[in-house]
Each structure stands twice: as structure tokens, then as C-alpha cells.
Design a binder for this molecule. Structure first.
Ligand SMILES: Nc1ncnc2c1ncn2[C@@H]1O[C@H](COP(=O)(O)OP(=O)(O)OP(=O)(O)O)[C@@H](O)[C@H]1O
Ligand SMILES: [Mg+2]
Length: 247
């Protein structure tokens, strides 16, 4: 049975919070990993949206998409939610883009360390001025891609610096990342899975003749969670977890 005492972070996604027996501690840094098109960005947005409705400010940092395109996409996908513009207008949701490639080229072409440092500094400035309760970073895949093999340690260190920073501000944050494996059987454990407090895996497996979306909570530090592989659908109202069990 759920006994959330109000001091725990709630995702607000239909059917998801009951997969955690007592919510999640605030300040957790959570990875939303999955194959292309399985709904990572929309899920991260919905968490921010559900919390914003309750008055908790959310900051969304885009690395790969323009702000206008992002807003068009989420409004199109969640067409029953007609208060998205209002939440943005009222500054309960703030969406910014940080141009990674620009930072990369500005930092003299190859200086990965400076590139990542600039990005982390910019995020800290935004946090200080906007004071969000939750943050989404969509996605860290491009960072990893431009770091390439020879700079992978700089990438890992920078992600660690970033999650420590967010944790110290007691911000609950969600980072999306592409995972090349689309089904559970092919799941490859990434080093990122170890440094984050939580990992939610989204799968787009093939069921007979069509893809079916399922998700799994791999871990959430400080929370008992369901071990079920739960089906989900994305509707105009948001995500709906179709099958789950209480942790
Ligand atoms: N208007 C819509 N109505 C219903 N479902 C939608 C709509 N728009 C998107 N979707 C669903 O959401 C999925 C895309 O969601 P999203 O962009 O969050 O995925 P993603 O995992 O972030 O993808 P990417 O790897 O490209 O970043 C689509 O594959 C589709 O199934
Ligand atoms: Mg995405």
C-alpha cells in the first residue's frame, strides 16, 4: 500500500507512482533511458508538467531541439492539456536551449573539458536565477557522442559534476539518454546506470506484428519499487501505465 507522506517526490504520471511504494526522495538524479521514439522526451516533459500544475517550478534544458519545436511537439502529443502555454507564460515551466555544438566550437574546437565546464556553468546560472524544484535535461546522448572515445572520461566526470550540483541544490532531475538496445533481452548496462540515483528503462519491443511500449524501474535509490515490466501508452492526456503492481 502507498503511504506517501508528502515529503517525497511524485512523478504524477498515471499508474507510475503506485510502482513506488513510498514515493521517491527529493534530490534524486534519474536517468530515463530508451530506444529512439519510445517516449523519453514526452515522459520527462509530463513529469515537469504534472509538478508544475501543483505549483512546483520546472526547468527544461534542451541540447538537441529548439524551444519552439519542443513546445509544438509536446502540445501536439498532449493535445488534451490546454494549459501548457499558460504554465510557460506564468513562468512555472521554463524551457531553454543550450547549443552544445556552439559551445564546442567556441571552446577552440577540441577542448572538451572547457565545453562541458561552460555547459555546467550555464546550467548553474539558470538554477540560481529560476530556482526550479525539478529539472529535465534532454538529452545527454549528443554530449556523449561529441565526447567520443578519447574524451569519454571528461564526459563521465562532467555528468558526475552536473548531478552533484543538482543534488546539492536539492533538485530532482531527469536526464534522457538513447539506448541502442530496444528490448530488454538486448539491454547493455551503461556506466551511466551506476552514477545516477534512479534508472527508468523504456523499451519498444516487438509483440507479434507491432511494437509495444514497456517500461521498467531498474533502480531508485531510497525507494522500494515494483519489479514489473509494465506496458504503457502515450495518449492525448499523457502517459498511462497499463499494468503494474504495488512494490
Ligand atoms: N501526437 C502524438 N500522438 C500520439 N503519440 C505521439 C504523438 N507524438 C508522439 N507520439 C508518440 O511518442 C513517441 C515519441 O516520443 P518522444 O519524442 O518523447 O520519444 P523519444 O524517446 O524522446 O525519441 P527520440 O529518441 O527521438 O528523442 C512517438 O514515437 C509516438 O509513439
Ligand atoms: Mg527525445
Amino acid at each position: 500500500m502507498r503511504t506517501n507522506n508528502g515529503n517525497r517526490f511524485e512523478f504524477g504520471i498515471f499508474g507510475f507512482d503506485s510502482m513506488l511504494s513510498n514515493g521517491m526522495p527529493y534530490g534524486n538524479q534519474v536517468l530515463i533511458a530508451g530506444s529512439p521514439g519510445c517516449g523519453k522526451t514526452l515522459m520527462a516533459f509530463e513529469i515537469i508538467y504534472r509538478n508544475a500544475i501543483k505549483g512546483n517550478p520546472g526547468l527544461i534544458i534542451l541540447f538537441e531541439q529548439k524551444v519552439e519545436d519542443f513546445i509544438d511537439n509536446v502540445k501536439d502529443a498532449f493535445s488534451d492539456q490546454d494549459d501548457i502555454d499558460k504554465l510557460i507564460e506564468n513562468k512555472v515551466i521554463k524551457i531553454i536551449n543550450i547549443d552544445i555544438m556552439l559551445n564546442f566550437t567556441k571552446a577552440d574546437g577540441n577542448d572538451m573539458f572547457l565545453t562541458f565546464k561552460n555547459i555546467v556553468n550555464r546550467i548553474e546560472e539558470e538554477i540560481k536565477s529560476f530556482n526550479p524544484k525539478c529539472v529535465v535535461i534532454d538529452s545527454i546522448s549528443l554530449l556523449k557522442f561529441i565526447a567520443s572515445n578519447e574524451n569519454i572520461l571528461v564526459y563521465r566526470k562532467s555528468i558526475f559534476v552536473l548531478i552533484t550540483l543538482l543534488h546539492n541544490y536539492n533538485i530532482t532531475a531527469f536526464f534522457t539518454i538513447d539506448n541502442s538496445s530496444i528490448s530488454r533481452e538486448e539491454l547493455v548496462f551503461q556506466p551511466e546506470f551506476y552514477i545516477f540515483d534512479g534508472v527508468i528503462m523504456l523499451y519498444a519491443g516487438i509483440e507479434s506484428i507491432r511494437r509495444e511500449f514497456t517500461l521498467e524501474i531498474l533502480k531508485i535509490r531510497g525507494a522500494a519499487h515494483s519489479k514489473t515490466i509494465a506496458s504503457y501508452i502515450i495518449t492525448a492526456r499523457g502517459f498511462s501505465i497499463l499494468s503494474n503492481e504495488v512494490a
